[in-house]
Design a protein around this ligand. Structure first.
Ligand code: GLP
Length: 240
């Protein structure tokens, strides 16, 4: 695991954009996209490079990490919509080539296996961006998630619903269930890139990188992966 500590969040975003750009320039790339605030600066930087230096996403495709269950795709807080408005609409990545778990599927119990099959059919993910929850969750794999888990329905903890209430009118509007790539699914991406800023993430980063490999810190699954880059600012690195 390589840990890159940058002085500021904007330099973290530049470093992450450099990594993604390398994959996009190398040929048809399959990107793993994450929601949450941590990757937003990297998405903005990639959009700037597309506008100003013609970084070309024509041959790229992408898979999202997770999605709320029961929220229509058209809802502005569905992760499908968030990735569209924060990233896809600002680059020339074909929206048809950006797939997300279908949180409205009438056969939701089978959706996880369908999604994993679609990722496999695309040849797997080349580079997976990841944020981290303050409790060490990645995607929506809350503490206690099996390290080998596949894409499936999960129930959000009250803490994660409260954390995400800022995006909704009230906490009552935050869905209780989600579809998330499992820790096993995420680990199949060939390169994991974790992004974190701020003191609030310092404990989770220390537990993920240096704590015991354990289901109570889902992000610790990265310790088993052969190619991980953790890109963080000094505050998020303060407990390493
Ligand atoms: C949500 C997302 C995660 C994300 C986390 C942290 O739970 N499902 O993918 O990592 O939020 O978000 P932020 O980057 O805003 O701190």
């Amino acid at each position: 695991m390589e840990i890159v500590i940058r002085p500021t969040p904007s330099e973290v975003s530049t470093t992450v954009a450099d990594i993604v750009e390398r994959y996009v320039r190398r040929g048809p790339a399959t990107l793993g996209l994450a929601t949450g605030s941590s990757p937003l600066g990297s998405y903005r930087e990639l959009a700037r490079r597309h506008r100003e230096s013609g970084l070309d996403f024509t041959d790229a495709r992408a898979f999202l990490l997770d999605e709320y269950v029961g929220l229509p795709k058209s809802h502005d807080q569905s992760y499908f919509s968030v990735i569209r408005s924060e990233f896809v609409d600002h680059v020339n990545l074909d929206p048809e080539r950006v797939l997300s778990p279908n949180g409205e599927s009438p056969t939701i119990a089978e959706e996880g296996a369908r999604y994993d099959a679609a990722i496999a059919e695309a040849g797997g993910v080349d580079v997976q961006l990841l944020g981290i929850g303050t409790d060490g969750h990645i995607g929506f794999n809350e503490p206690g998630s099996a390290l080998t888990s596949r894409t499936r329905v999960k129930t959000l903890t009250e803490q994660t619903r409260l954390d995400n209430a800022r995006f909704f009118d009230s906490v009552d509007d935050v869905p209780h269930h989600v579809l998330t790539q499992g820790l096993g699914t995420i680990s199949e991406a060939r390169h994991l890139v974790m992004i974190a800023f701020g003191k609030g993430k310092a404990e989770a980063i220390a537990a993920a990188a240096e704590g015991p490999l354990a289901a109570f810190c889902p992000a610790s699954v990265m310790q088993l992966h052969p190619h991980v880059t953790v890109v963080i600012d000094e505050a998020a690195a303060s407990k390493l």
